[in-house]
Design a protein around this ligand. Sequence first.
Ligand code: ATP
Ligand code: MG
Length: 310
Amino acid sequence: MYWGLLLYVVAALVWWFISLEQQNNQMAKLRMQQKNKGDANYSTLVTETELLRQRKHVQYVGEGITFFALIMLGAVFVYRATRRQLRLNQLQENFVMAVTHELKTPISVAKLNMETLRRRNLPANQQAELVNHTLQETERLNDLCNNILLMSSIEGGRYVLQTEPLDLSALVRHSIAQFELRFANREFRVLVEPELEVQGEKLLLEILLNNLIENAIKYSPASSPIMVRLKQRDTAVVLEVADEGPGIPAAEMRQIFKKFYRVGNEHTRKATGTGLGLYLCKKIAVQHAGSLTVRANQPNGALFELVLKR
Ligand code: ATP
Ligand code: MG
């Protein structure tokens, strides 16, 4: 419909231009026919008529070009806006499906575990395992809810950063300790310089950190280690979260920070997710006047780097 309409508008413009030109030429001819060849000032009259015809011609060409440029400008604008909207709709649809899935899984797992605990008389270690598993799932649910709430308040422009002096080293260590509990079978290689302070909001920096570590866990094989390093660099504090998974294709290193964006498509993806995590991480980093970037890890995997002012 868009291309059809555009074609029609351009064709109509060209058609009007041609018919105006023809009219102009006919008028000039008619004017000439009305003049008497015997007149003393005949040649002046001819020049005047020709000048008038040329002035009209220039006017039509000028207006035609202006109209054409305006139409093209509008067309490009509409085209880009519509395409962006369609893409966002598609992503949003995926997001709703993903969220529903992500919400339902922890709930059903927790329900099943609780029912098992109630019905059977299990040995203590199996009970502990079920409780741990349930806690892990509720933690995931909690993270997801935090992400969604944060997104809606950031989108609504309602979010006001409330910063305080924070011991980032302690925060990072605390977060990792939580992950070590939840993912007892994963190896975490941690290198945290002590007492690195930043000005920031605790909950937001926690969300950022948790999203980065969760991604590293989610997108790398269970047998590979997760590296977390926190160090000082001049007047900045640098946090690195790296994994040895497949990494991120160079062409998509910018895209992954966009809202709802996920690498691959619905059929090829194995890990579930909403595509919100890194979008929020970036927002949080920027709100803290810091930066968040990604590059390839050596020998393989992804390396995310957060830089904050000390
Ligand atoms: P969630 O909202 O649950 O975090 P998600 O993990 O899919 O969902 P993001 O955290 O924003 O969303 O990540 C966006 C995409 O970037 C992911 O879908 C994944 O394809 C890619 N990605 C992120 N981290 C890594 C990583 N460490 N290794 C490889 N790919 C990654
Ligand atoms: Mg994620």
